[in-house]
Design a protein around this ligand. Structure first.
Ligand SMILES: [Zn+2]
Length: 366
């Protein structure tokens, strides 16, 4: 075989060993020694070459061998958007289906632009609020319902099959897989991230997120006593959504800024006075000015102000743009009535439609 196979095999083995040692140090390794169950072959630039768009050449003991492949639909997206193939690739023999699976790696250089403005995002239990040029939009997510729903369904399956077949049965795993929980949650996150990042990209704005502490879902989970469930909710919700937004932003070169989450929904951005919410209501009253505020809208304005004042982690504070924000607030009537967009609607969007305001309101009225 060409000697580079030995080389890449050694590289592969040492990466695996390194990650095993790291896990062991953290006490996360289950076994004494690393065990390899899935084998794939790494090919460096001496072992493979692209050959047109739907085949590659692979170096073998008999010389170059041409392998035609059937691309995944995602492949054309990357090709058409100008991504380049990396030098390395990976192949795997799928014995059961008698297939050769080729993993191609795409790379693209993206330059972050200088933001012309900010798009503040507030991630809540059941919606994502964003403030586009003074108009608040609430994308309904029903994350709480989704996470809890899956949790209970999963537990029901577990109980049923554990009783019948024991804790480690194959049939249980199959039933759990059928829920497609991970994929469905991921799907929602990608759709949200896509809409948000595209708004920011079109306006050449920076996305402003709240810096999450160690327990970001505290409010949502404080009623839940079950430890495992709390953990899952924490995992599934806020951080996951923020991470997906970040990743999508990287793809488009959209800068992401973080601000301190302290008091974002509690202080009136106009009067700098506390807002009081009566028993669990999402509408509160400013204790100084007496005006009404929607909780998520306040949060967005405060996140924006924090970004403008530059007290985020690395937020720039552009001169001149700085602090007429309060006047901006007074001038805007839209502050108090956010545009609510139900999930059934945005889930079918690729980006926020241009005429979204009128269409959404009309449809919601209907
Ligand atoms: Zn006020």
């Amino acid at each position: 075989m060409p000697s580079h196979y030995v080389h890449t095999a050694c590289q592969d083995a040492s990466t695996r060993a390194k990650s095993f040692l790291r896990l062991k140090k953290l006490g996360l390794a289950e076994r004494k020694y690393p065990e390899i169950r899935r084998i794939s072959i790494w090919l460096d630039d001496h072992l493979w070459k692209p050959n047109g768009l739907t085949s590659i050449k692979i170096a073998t003991h008999k010389g170059w061998e041409i392998v035609k492949f059937e691309p995944h639909k995602q492949y054309w997206k990357y090709i058409n958007r100008g991504w380049k193939l990396a030098n390395e690739t990976r192949i795997k023999l799928d014995k059961r289906n008698r297939q050769l699976v080729i993993y191609l790696i795409f790379i693209r250089e993206v330059e972050k632009y200088k933001p012309k403005g900010y798009l503040p995002i507030d991630v809540n239990e059941n919606n994502i609020a964003m403030l586009i040029d003074g108009v608040a939009h609430l994308l309904e997510t029903s994350m709480e319902k989704l996470v809890l729903g899956y949790y209970y369904r999963r537990r029901k399956i577990q109980k049923k099959y554990d009783k019948l077949y024991g804790a480690k049965s194959r049939i249980k795993r199959k039933a759990l897989r059928k829920l497609k929980e991970k994929r469905k949650k991921q799907d929602i996150k990608w759709k949200l991230a896509n809409i948000i990042v595209k708004v920011a990209y079109e306006k050449q704005y920076a996305i402003v997120l709240v810096k999450l502490g160690k327990k970001p879902a505290n409010n949502m989970i404080k009623k839940i006593k079950d430890k495992q469930l709390r953990h899952r909710i924490f995992q599934a919700s806020f951080r996951g959504i923020q991470k997906t937004i970040e990743e999508k932003a990287r793809e488009y070169g959209v800068p992401v800024i973080y601000v301190n989450p302290k008091n974002t929904s509690r202080i009136c951005p106009i009067h700098n006075a506390p807002i009081t919410y009566s028993n669990g209501s999402r509408i509160g009253r400013c204790s100084k000015g007496g005006e009404l505020w929607h909780r998520d809208v306040v949060a967005c304005w405060n996140i924006l102000l924090k970004a403008l004042r530059g007290n985020g982690s690395h937020a720039p504070s552009p001169a001149g743009y700085n602090l007429d924000a309060t006047r901006m607030l007074f001038g805007s009537n839209a502050t108090h009535d956010p545009i609510g967009i139900p999930k059934s609607l945005w889930a079918r969007w690729k980006s926020l439609p241009q005429t979204q305001k009128t269409t959404v309101l009309n449809r919601m009225k209907r």
